[in-house]
Ligand binder design. Structure first.
Ligand SMILES: [Zn+2]
Length: 177
């Protein structure tokens, strides 16, 4: 059965997540659940663990095939990710699987460096820019209980989105997840 996507205003979306630490079977199962959600919901470029009800620090990112990201840099599964450097700032439109009724204009860094681990526990280091950096930052926000609604400058930066039939599309003009 497909994992259930947690939708706002569920309190789990506002809860800071715990580090993964040791990688066991439950962590591997969580990674599979995130990938499945991304596969089921069209145009999803990212999913964070709390969006499937797991309050731990893991995200799925996949910008491959996205027109704004000709050469994706981010690994798909990031365990205990940390942004170690960021630069620039830009406003862009974002959607979120957990906020299916809106999109929002959100200011993000344009360039980031990230350290994380893979599912074998090996250290990952990568840089991302533009749309891909935005997707990674959106997903990492979820791990701190931060949603795009918390990032808007004013209510005029929030836009209604037409509800689609099941399953809902994850993205508007910006990243979903
Ligand atoms: Zn999201």
């Amino acid at each position: 059965m497909a994992p259930e996507v947690v939708v706002y205003p569920d309190r789990r979306l506002k809860t800071p997540c715990a580090p993964i630490g040791e990688i066991g079977p439950d962590v591997l199962a969580l990674a599979a659940a995130l990938e499945e959600v991304a596969r089921i919901y069209p145009r999803t470029v990212g999913v964070a663990a709390p969006q499937v009800g797991a309050l731990v620090r893991m995200v799925f990112v996949d910008c491959s095939g996205h027109q704004q990201v000709p050469s994706p840099r981010s690994p798909r599964i990031l365990v205990d990710p940390i942004v170690t450097a960021s630069d620039g700032t830009e406003i862009g439109r974002e959607g979120c699987l957990s906020l299916p009724e809106i999109t929002a204009n959100v200011r993000r860094a344009t360039r980031i460096e990230v350290v994380a681990r893979d599912l074998a526990g090996r250290e990952l280091r990568f840089e991302a820019a533009g749309f891909e950096a935005r997707v990674v930052l959106h997903e990492l926000d979820h791990l701190d209980g931060v949603l795009i609604l918390d990032r808007v400058a004013s209510a005029s930066d929030i836009f209604p989105r037409k509800i689609r039939s099941q399953p809902p599309a994850a993205t508007g003009s910006g990243p979903g997840g």
